[in-house]
Ligand binder design. Structure first.
Ligand code: ARG
Length: 505
């Protein structure tokens, strides 16, 4: 149902707003479907404009962001040796590949928009889907944004404070300011957000390419002393290694993004698995080579100690030109944050139009067609997370929650195989893969709690419970106090937003 359609009594702008389809360029499928359906007899549909190459670009472009510039130290310190650290980087790549193959089956069989939300709904009903939407909006997207922006702050403050380290509050202040800028861009114009995205995509490829080439040169010159230690010092703590995976998997996160755009992909049965099998190994090779390149000039201990590894690397390898590295890393992270903020709005719409989130979150600005309320909401929570913000605690918080739902999604695939065996599945993944991924997700969610129980996991659980507490009165029993309508109307007038038109099915 769509409880959000009629509840804005006294609204000044009754005409439905529509989201422009440029959003699809950011990997957001079905924006037209979300918003359209209204204009005359011709139904607005997504065109199949993406070929194999754009599919690969979408995967690679959303995955490479901040992780490869901030995670290497965390992976080494949790594994204890560079040998195992490199194995973990490869293992994370393999998990991402197998995970996205499962998502390829789900995405081509259930083409309804909303990604995980739609799959969980189909397999397990409204409550898990609702919990996913709630946590995704309140925790997953917001913590992603704050991690990426903290990385931005760390790299940019190195530029400003050249050499000696900045006081620890500076990166946080830069991060908070940058979140506000990103919020402003995304509230102001979708076109601008897309331009920012495309422009900054070059920066990350340049940074990665430069680090790889520089590393190869150093290795040829014989700088292999740090690589010689191999597996010396390897940790034998099986549960602790899950934390190394958290750091590595953060860098690979975004592997499921093509899923949100399957409807725009030409010949998805062939191109979706192909794009995954080309794009993901490409990222994996880049990440391993970048790690080796770091190791060509830094010891494991130096990588762990450096707040911005790529800067230390640049000082040692390209000397006077070193400044281009932190600048391009900052640009890479800025672009990634912009895309993450933008995609965050998507789920808000899908869930709010089902009546699963506050209706205000599904509205868009009447003239600019930007998702103002959901952007402001995301930015506020992300800034709150920055205040105590320590990157690695936030990565744990993010990964715990994200893998809980990736795991649930693999379970959804298996449940649907048994319950709906005749559902047309244009691409069918070998059944051992989702079984393996389900077990891997269980390990990733449980092992860190066993190894080092942290408050972050408790917070995540509290968020889940809080979600359930809202669910019972407002969604299950459909209690709808009058004052909520009043608040919604007031906020609508303030922000000049209106619901998008949507025909419930
Ligand atoms: N892998 C990215 C990075 O290293 C983070 C991706 C965030 N997730 C997303 N779906 N945009 O920064």
């Amino acid at each position: 149902g769509s409880a959000n359609q009629e509840d804005a009594n006294g609204l000044t702008h009754r005409h439905p707003a529509r989201l422009p389809s440029t959003s699809s360029q950011l990997g957001l499928a079905t924006s037209d479907q979300l918003a359209a359906a209204g204009d005359g007899p011709e139904k607005v549909e997504l065109k199949k404009t993406m070929g194999l190459v754009s599919g690969i670009a979408l995967i690679v472009g959303t995955m490479i962001g901040s992780g490869i510039f901030i995670s290497p130290g965390g992976v080494i310190s949790s594994t204890g040796s560079i040998g195992l650290a490199l194995v973990v980087w490869a293992g994370c790549g393999i998990l991402a590949i197998l995970g996205s193959l499962c998502y390829a089956e789900l995405g081509t069989a259930l083409t309804k928009s909303g990604g995980e939300y739609a799959y969980l709904y189909e397999a397990f009903g409204p409550i898990p889907a609702y919990l996913f939407a709630w946590l995704s909006v309140a925790v997953i997207k917001t913590s992603s944004l704050s991690i990426i922006m903290l990385a931005f702050g760390q790299y940019l403050s190195v530029v400003i404070y050249d050499g000696c380290g900045p006081p620890s509050s500076i990166p946080k202040m830069i991060a908070a300011a940058a979140i506000l800028v990103i919020m402003g861009i995304n509230c102001y114009s979708v076109k601008l957000a897309t331009r920012v995205q495309n422009f900054f995509a070059f920066a990350k490829l340049a940074a990665i390419g430069l680090i790889i080439v520089g590393g190869i040169v150093k290795l040829i010159q014989g700088n292999i002393q740090h690589l010689g230690n191999g597996f010396e010092g390897t940790s034998n703590n099986v549960a602790g290694i899950a934390l190394a995976f958290y750091d590595g998997l953060w860098a690979y996160d975004g592997w499921n993004n093509l899923n949100y755009a399957t409807e725009e992909l030409q010949n998805p049965t062939v191109n979706l698995p192909r794009a995954i099998l080309i794009g993901l190994p490409l990222v994996m090779i880049c990440y391993i080579l970048v790690n080796i390149s770091y190791l060509s000039v830094m010891s494991a201990a130096e990588i762990i100690a450096s707040p911005a590894v790529a800067v230390t690397w640049a000082d040692r390898v390209i000397g006077p030109a070193a400044i281009i590295i932190p600048i391009s890393v900052a640009m890479s992270t800025f672009g990634a944050a912009n895309g993450t903020a933008f995609t965050g709005g998507r789920l808000c719409f899908v869930a709010a139009r089902e009546g699963h989130l506050m209706s205000i979150l599904s509205m868009v600005h009447v003239k600019k067609y930007t998702p103002l309320p959901s952007m402001i909401f995301t930015a506020c929570i992300a800034i709150l997370m920055i205040i105590p913000g320590d990157i690695s605690a936030l990565i744990d918080f993010f990964s715990f929650t994200a893998w809980l739902f990736y795991g649930a999604t693999f379970a959804a695939l298996l449940v649907l195989r048994f319950r709906q065996p005749d559902l047309p599945r244009p691409y069918k993944v070998p059944i051992v893969i989702p079984i393996f991924m389900l077990l891997a997700s269980l390990y990733l969610v449980i092992a860190p709690i066993v190894d080092s129980p942290k408050l972050e996991y408790l917070y995540a659980t509290l968020f889940i419970l809080a979600g359930l507490i809202f669910y019972v009165p407002f969604i299950h029993f459909k209690i709808h106090p009058k004052f909520i309508d009043k608040i919604t109307t007031a906020l609508q007038l303030l922000m000049e937003v209106s619901p998008t038109e949507y025909e419930p099915d």
